[in-house]
Design a protein around this ligand. Structure first.
Ligand SMILES: Nc1ncnc2c1ncn2[C@@H]1O[C@H](COP(=O)(O)OP(=O)(O)OP(=O)(O)O)[C@@H](O)[C@H]1O
Ligand code: NI
Length: 305
C-alpha cells in the first residue's frame, strides 16, 4: 500500500471582487508515493507543483477550492489529520524562505521540529552537517542569507523524522557541496523507509537521485515513469511532453519545445498539451485523456502505447 495517494486532485481559485471568476489551477493530478522511494515531481513554472505540496499539507489559501482525494496511510487526509500530522509525520521544506518564523531564533526553530531525540544534540548535529556555524543558532531569520535560511528549512525537515518528506525546490541558492549533502540526506531518509517527494523544475538533478519521475504540465500529471526510462532518445517514455523535456536537455538535442504552457484561464478543451504536440490528432482536441497505467508507469495520452 502506498503511504500517500493523490487521486484526481483539482484546485480552483475564486478571484475578483463583485463579479467573481473561477480559474482552475490544477485540473487533475494523480500520483502515489511509496515508503522508501524518492519521487521527483518535475514541471515548468506554474504547472502546479507547489499547490500539490500545499494541498497535501493542508495549507492552501482560503480562496482555494479543492476536489479529489488525498489518502495518507490508508485513510483520507482530513483538515484535522493534516493539522495533527504536519511537521511530525508529514514535513515540508517550503519553496519560500518566508515560511520561517520571523520572531524565533534559527536554533530554537530547528529544536522545536525535533521528535524522538535530544533537541539540542539533533539541532547541533544537523547544523554541522549543513555547515551552519554555531553562531547561526542565535540569529533571527532576517539576519540569515538566503542560502543559510534555506539550510535552516532543510534542517528542520531533517530532524523531524517524518515518514513523508516533501521538498519544494530545496536547492536554489545552495552551493554545490551543500546541495550534494542535501540530496545525499534525502536518499538516506528514503533508504531508512521514509517517502520523499522532491519538487523541482530541473529534470537533470531529479534524475540523479529519484526512483520515479512524475511529469506535470498545466495542472495535470501527464506521465509517471521510472527514472531509468529517461534514456537514449526517450523511446521508453510514454508522453510526448516528457520526451520533449528529456530531449531538450543539453546532453541530448538541446532543442527547446516551441510554444508555451497555457495559463489556467486559457486552457484548451482537450488534452492540455495538444496545441504544442507534434503527434496530436483531431481527437486530442476533443476531450481530456484519462490517466491510465502503461508499462510500469502511467500516462495521460490517447496515443501512448
Ligand atoms: N493563491 C493563488 N491564487 C490564484 N492562483 C494561484 C495561487 N497560487 C497559485 N496559483 C496558480 O496556480 C498555478 C500553479 O501554481 P504553483 O505555485 O503550484 O506552480 P509551480 O509548479 O509550483 O511553479 P514554480 O516552479 O514557479 O514554483 C499557477 O498558474 C499559479 O498562478
Ligand atoms: Ni512552486
Amino acid at each position: 500500500m502506498s503511504i500517500l495517494e493523490v487521486q484526481q486532485l483539482s484546485i480552483s481559485f475564486l478571484q475578483g471582487r463583485g463579479k467573481q471568476t473561477t480559474t482552475q489551477a490544477i485540473i487533475s493530478l494523480d500520483l502515489s508515493l511509496e515508503a522508501g522511494e524518492i519521487l521527483a515531481v518535475v514541471g515548468s513554472s506554474g504547472s502546479g507543483k507547489s499547490l500539490l505540496a500545499h494541498a497535501i499539507l493542508g495549507i492552501l489559501p482560503d480562496h482555494a477550492k479543492m476536489g479529489g482525494t488525498i489518502v495518507y496511510d490508508g485513510e483520507p487526509l482530513t483538515p484535522e489529520r493534516q493539522a495533527a500530522l504536519r511537521g511530525r509525520e508529514i514535513a515540508l521544506i517550503p519553496q519560500a524562505v518566508s515560511y520561517l518564523d520571523p520572531l524565533m531564533k534559527a536554533g530554537a526553530q530547528v529544536r522545536t521540529a525535533v521528535r524522538d531525540k535530544d533537541p539540542l544534540e539533533a539541532q547541533q548535529e544537523v547544523f554541522e552537517q549543513f555547515r551552519l556555524d554555531p553562531g547561526v543558532e542565535e540569529m533571527y531569520p532576517f539576519q540569515l542569507s538566503g542560502g543559510m535560511a534555506r539550510r535552516v528549512l532543510v534542517s528542520m525537515a531533517m530532524v523531524s523524522g517524518a515518514k513523508v518528506l516533501i521538498a519544494d525546490e530545496p536547492t536554489p541558492g545552495l552551493d554545490e557541496s551543500v546541495m550534494e549533502e542535501a540530496l545525499r540526506l534525502f536518499r538516506q531518509c528514503a533508504d531508512r523507509g521514509s517517502a520523499v517527494m522532491l519538487i523541482t523544475h530541473d529534470l537533470e538533478s531529479a534524475l540523479r537521485i529519484a526512483d520515479r519521475i512524475a511529469v506535470f504540465y498545466a495542472g495535470t500529471t501527464v506521465e509517471i515513469a521510472p527514472a531509468s526510462d529517461f534514456a537514449g532518445r526517450g523511446e521508453r517514455l510514454r508522453h510526448p511532453y516528457s520526451r520533449a523535456l528529456w530531449r531538450a536537455l543539453p546532453q541530448n538535442d538541446f532543442q527547446p519545445i516551441p510554444g508555451s504552457q497555457p495559463a489556467p484561464d486559457a486552457l484548451p478543451p482537450g488534452c492540455v498539451f495538444e496545441p504544442r504536440c507534434d503527434q496530436a490528432t483531431a481527437e486530442c482536441a476533443k476531450e481530456r485523456p484519462e490517466h491510465r497505467a502503461l508499462r510500469g508507469g502511467s500516462v495521460r495520452c490517447i496515443h501512448a502505447t
